[in-house]
Design a binder for this molecule. Structure first.
Ligand code: MN
Length: 674
């Protein structure tokens, strides 16, 4: 059985001359391309070779060796000629005088746009920082965020850009030995942060695992060496068991007449590291260090193979996964099961050979190949149709991809827009207050909240503690009468904002610690800009909406007839406003007796609630009385207690919160008939 991959063997190709390498590339291309297509690749090589002439890589090799290696990797995986040509030319626009127009003229719009996309990627990478000032670095980071956004969009147009870029990164990290240790660390870090998640999302497992493992090698060489050593030892120790299990699975398949290829697969180094590091366990404690892979011809064979394995060994129900019935987002399909075997549990993955190709290369690489459709000239129509359907699928999955990858790529960053469309990148978890300080400290100092346009396109009024998400548009609301206090330090999450607030508090001789006994719910400054409508008496349990009025926002209950129909309404959450109190009206019924209304008022006074309005109506014929009262409460608990005490009054039968929700009249909505 194989041991952990040795990357040295891959560098043998590096000793060949560029001319020899280019010949090998063209031979490789000849296996799947027409003569015209091979010629396109050859012309691309000539242009790139001339453009990079005289330039050397850090290793001392001619620069052209790098694009040749990237193109070769793609050609070996049978991607289309345009993609291979773009790979050869991928550094030309960035590093040489050759222009994009020239490429468009010589190679057509597809090659040119692929190169353009990769060039944008290039700009994302940090140059050698050296002794740059921190300020310059921050500006660079902001530019970077903007570039990343742009390139995600470019990638949505043609995901093959990402494919070329990943092949590029793979070759760079394979040949990282030649550069300075500082550069090695930075490249390795960036690879783990951006490119490995990208490869994962695209389903390019082959690249993902290799760049992860190599990143670890440079980030923590001692750990890397130790892991290689430990994994190899452990794999040897399990050798006999592995061989026996492989044979046993083969026999089970043979007995059922299933034509299966069984492989023992060693867990990748980075995955082992991820498993052992946080749990503090040893490599020997990893059950699934070796996974058994059962490859079968057809989809239906997968289920037959699963059944055969389950009839031979007891399986763990909780670990059974059907990624064939429901594939992963990146296209991965397989059946996973865990069974009790000879000396404990082992994992079996069952899939077809075709699914294995998707597992290794991902749907995007497969869609960038063409050999299946190119067997005969007569199939050209079918081929065009297939390309079209791929393009449809790709553009769809690319949009999904951009959505889902964003979180992964930028797990520690969010992008929020100003109303003018400027992008502000903030640490994840940043609030409206952080955003205000990011724009200007004077805005931060008087920030009360923001009008936030959410990703659902609804406009909401939010307080300064509202945590923003990527893609939202925030228009900061400020009020000169509002200034920072110690509680703001709790609301701000970014270092920049916290420092500015602390500085302000110091300068104004204010404490930076909140007073310990603050039982009262602090009401929000936003309430200065809003008031609760009298018509519908909104409370904490109601859905509310804000109607912009002359000076203040008037907050109504959703459905109130006094909410104008066609106006720019703001969605508001009760927690955002945190009013000190709100108004409620109760309808109380009871047996009519002398002093009933008086008793009700007494109870309210005892509870420290002041009656705003009230009245009583006696129906003497039935000895029944109805009382209505309106008063202010601070919270639902207070209202609940008040109701309990009123119900305790002799003669009171029931209490109802008056649903002061003035409905629209049916006639108002129905157009008059003519
Ligand atoms: Mn490159």
């Amino acid at each position: 059985m194989a041991t952990v991959r040795d990357n040295e063997q891959r560098q043998v190709a590096g000793r060949l001359t560029p001319a020899e390498l280019s010949r090998l590339l063209l031979v490789e291309c000849g296996r799947s391309m027409t003569a015209v297509e091979v010629d396109t690749v050859r012309r691309a090589y000539l242009v790139a070779n001339r453009a990079h002439r005289g330039v050397k890589r850090a290793s001392g090799e001619a620069y052209i060796v790098h694009p040749l290696a990237v193109a070769r990797w793609l050609a070996e995986r049978r991607v289309v000629a345009e993609c291979v040509a773009a790979a050869l030319l991928h550094d030309v626009v960035e590093d040489t005088p050759v222009s994009l127009q020239r490429l468009r003229h010589s190679f057509g719009p597809v090659v040119a746009s692929l190169v353009d996309g990769v060039t944008k990627f290039e700009a994302v990478e940090q140059p050698d920082a050296g002794d740059e000032l921190a300020r310059r670095r921050e500006r660079k980071q902001r530019q970077q965020a903007e570039t990343i956004r742009k390139l995600l969009l470019a990638m949505a147009e043609d995901p093959r850009v990402a494919l070329i870029k990943l092949a590029d990164r793979l070759h760079n990290i394979r040949t990282l030995d030649a550069v300075s240790p500082e550069r090695q660390m930075r490249t390795a870090r960036e690879t783990l942060d951006i490119y490995a998640p990208l490869a994962d999302r695209l389903g390019l497992a082959e690249i993902k695992y290799e760049i992860q493992d190599l990143s670890l090698k440079y980030l923590d060489p001692e750990r890397y060496t130790w892991l290689v050593e430990r994994i190899n030892t452990e794999v040897s120790a399990r050798h006999e068991r592995t061989v026996a299990t492989t044979h046993a699975i083969e026999q089970v398949m043979a007995r059922q007449g299933i034509d299966a290829e069984v492989r023992a697969k060693i867990k990748h180094l980075a995955s082992v590291q991820r498993r052992i590091a946080p749990n503090g366990i040893d490599v020997s404690e990893i059950n699934d260090l070796i996974t058994y892979l059962v490859l079968v011809p057809e989809r239906r064979d997968c289920y037959a193979a699963l059944q055969a394995i389950h009839s031979q060994w007891q399986h763990l129900d909780a670990r059974l996964r059907d990624y064939i019935g429901s594939p992963k987002l990146n296209g991965y399909q397989s059946l996973h099961t865990t069974v009790f075997g000879f000396e404990g549990l082992f994992d079996v993955h069952i899939r077809t050979h075709e699914m294995q190709r998707v597992a290794d290369y991902g749907p995007i690489l497969l869609a960038a190949t063409q050999h299946e459709a190119r067997n005969s000239r007569g199939q050209s129509l079918q081929w065009i149709e297939q390309v079209r359907s791929w393009q449809r699928e790709l553009s769809l999955s690319a949009i999904d991809f951009v959505e889902s990858v964003r979180d992964d790529l930028f797990q520690d960053q969010i992008f929020v827009f100003t109303p003018k469309g400027e992008v502000k990148d903030l640490a994840s978890g940043a609030t409206v207050l952080d955003m205000a300080y990011r724009i200007h400290s004077a805005l931060g100092e008087h920030c009360v909240g923001a009008r936030v346009t959410g990703n659902d396109n609804m406009v909401r009024l939010e307080g300064r503690d509202y945590p923003l998400s990527s893609g939202e548009i925030a228009q900061i609301i400020s009020d000169d009468g509002v200034t920072p206090d110690a509680s703001w330090l709790r609301v701000a999450h970014t270092r920049h904002a916290r420092e500015a607030i602390a500085h302000w508090l110091h300068a104004h001789d204010l404490p930076t610690v909140e007073p310990a006994s603050s039982d009262e719910i602090a009401h929000s400054d936003l309430l200065r800009h809003a008031r609760l409508a009298m018509c519908c008496e909104p409370g904490p349990e109601d859905d509310i909406i804000g109607v912009p009025a002359k000076s203040r926002l008037v907050v109504h209950r959703v459905g109130c007839r006094y909410v104008p129909a066609a106006r720019s309404l703001l969605h508001v959450r009760w927690e955002t406003l945190r009013p000190q109190h709100y108004r409620v009206s109760l309808d109380i019924t009871g047996r009519d007796r002398r002093g009933l209304m008086h008793d009700v008022a007494e109870v309210l006074a005892a509870a420290n609630l002041s009656l705003a309005r009230g009245g009583a109506h006696a129906i003497s014929s039935r000895f029944k009385a109805t009382i209505w009262i309106t008063f202010d409460v601070r919270n639902p608990q207070e209202l609940h207690h008040a109701c309990q005490r009123i119900l305790g009054i002799d003669g009171i039968v029931s209490i109802e919160r008056r649903q002061r929700l003035p409905q629209r009249h049916a006639t108002e909505r129905t157009p008059a008939k003519g």
